[in-house]
Design a protein around this ligand. Structure first.
Ligand code: SME
Length: 169
C-alpha cells in the first residue's frame, strides 16, 4: 500500500515540494502511459484539496479524447477549438481560469466546476494531451498551484514512455 502523507497547512511551495518527492516514489520503476496517467490523477485527487475532477485528455487528430481520470463521468471528446482543454492544446500554454462561467466556449462536464487549471503535455515537441484539474471553488488556483502541479507534470513526463502502441495509440 502507498500512503500519501501530507500536511495541508504547510506553505504551498513546501506542500508541493513534499508531494513531488512522494510522486517520484509512486511512479518509480513504472513507465506505462495509462498506468502513470491513472496514478497521477488519483494522486492529485487524494492530495490536492478542493478539487472535483482531475485527469487526462489525449490528443487524437483534431480532438482530445478522454483518458484516465478521477471524478464524475466526463465528455468523451473535446474538439481542439473548444473549452479550456482545447485552448491549452492549441495555444500550448497552461490555462488557469478563475471563473469558467467567464470563459467563452467552456465545456461544462460537471456543473459544479467553477475554476480550472489545464496543462498541455509534451513528449519532446509533440503534444500528447492535457492534464485537467477542476475545482468547485471560484479562483481556486494561484501561481503556486500552477508551479506545484507543473512539477507533477515534469515528473510524469520524465517517468513515462509515450511510445505506447496498442489500438489507436
Ligand atoms: N471543462 C473542460 C472540459 C473537461 S471537463 O471539465 C472534465 C473544458 O472546458 O475544457
Amino acid at each position: 500500500m502507498f500512503d500519501i502523507n501530507i500536511d495541508e497547512s504547510l506553505p504551498k511551495a513546501v506542500f508541493y515540494k513534499e508531494l513531488s518527492a512522494q510522486l517520484e516514489s509512486l511512479l518509480y520503476g513504472e513507465r506505462d502511459l495509462i498506468c502513470n496517467a491513472a496514478q497521477l490523477s488519483a494522486f492529485i485527487m487524494q492530495s490536492v484539496p478542493d478539487l472535483n475532477w482531475a485527469g487526462f485528455y489525449f490528443s487524437r487528430g483534431q480532438e482530445l479524447v478522454l483518458g484516465p481520470y478521477v471524478g464524475k463521468v466526463a465528455c468523451p471528446r473535446i474538439p481542439l477549438t473548444k473549452g479550456v482543454c482545447g485552448a491549452a492544446a492549441t495555444t500550448k500554454t497552461v490555462q488557469r481560469v478563475a471563473d469558467v462561467h467567464q470563459f467563452p466556449g467552456h465545456i461544462a462536464c460537471d456543473g459544479d466546476t467553477r475554476s480550472e487549471l489545464v496543462f498541455p503535455i509534451f513528449d519532446g515537441g509533440a503534444l500528447i494531451g492535457v492534464l485537467d484539474l477542476d475545482s468547485p471553488v471560484k479562483d481556486r488556483f494561484d501561481e503556486e498551484d500552477q508551479l506545484g502541479v507543473g512539477q507533477f507534470v515534469e515528473i510524469f513526463v520524465k517517468s513515462t514512455d509515450f511510445n505506447w502502441s496498442i489500438g489507436a495509440f
